[in-house]
Ligand binder design. Sequence first.
Ligand code: RIB
Ligand code: CA
Length: 308
Amino acid sequence: MARRIILDCDPGIDDSVALSIALFHKSLDVVAITAVEGNVPAELATKNVQTVVEQLDPPRLPRIGVATRNDNSDYRDACFIHGRDGLGEVGFVMAGHHQRHQSEKILCDEVRAAPGEIDIVCLGPLTNVARAIQRDPHFIENVGEIVMMGGSFNGIGNITQTAEFNIHCDPESAREVFHAPIKKTLIPLDITSQVQFSLSFIDQLPEESTSVGSFLRNVLPYLFRSYHQQLGQETVQIHDAIALLQLLEPELFELEAWAGDVEVKGQLTRGMTVFEKRQGRKTSHNLEVARVVDASAARQAVIKYLNR
Ligand code: RIB
Ligand code: CA
């Protein structure tokens, strides 16, 4: 029986790699893809989810949720990494434009219709999940578990010195989700950043004649250029694909139970994830956090799943 999931994401090139795996993996049933404002503003996030699904042309079409603007006054996008259009400025033309529902409504409707059966994989900011919790008092008891790419256990950020991008986009929503009594697994930046991909990754993609191979050969070069030009790095990180691996090959990760929180104030620390690391404290654990990853095996697994 395939594991039923909703992918909440902000494509975004690394989100697109995760979608390229999830939409074709026989052990996953992607019930819906709910767009969230993050790497790109809300309207473009929704458009990009539809564009990626059209380009990949998967065997089963998921429902698509519409992203809405988050309430964070200091939100800023990551187009400097993913391109002005969020998909490497390839210039994809989106075919259809269908009537869609807001992401939080789809999250609530699908979870309510299948209590305990649907897990949510969050590959972007936590705005939609927080809004689903606020929208439906039964959401918390009906959702399966939440797997999130976000935060940083060691306190080193990527969008600021202390904050990881997904959390920084909407700290208040992240804090609400961190404190929700739901089974949560966090795959933080210090883990996903250990898995580095060199330019040889492009040669290891599926054939150009496949939808995944054609799509990723189009979008990935931009990521290598932006990591080189913006970050001075010759390899790239594909954070969301690594987070997705936690569902497919959990044995690649070592998880630990921690008490985690999100700083919502602080000139230098807004969006920072903070963990109770003092010895002997009795703070109750609210998160399973990935603390170790087999980086080499994870890299090989991404290549393996893309080529399935
Ligand atoms: O910090 C990395 C995360 O932020 C990834 O999910 C990337 O897509 C961006 O959303
Ligand atoms: Ca993302």
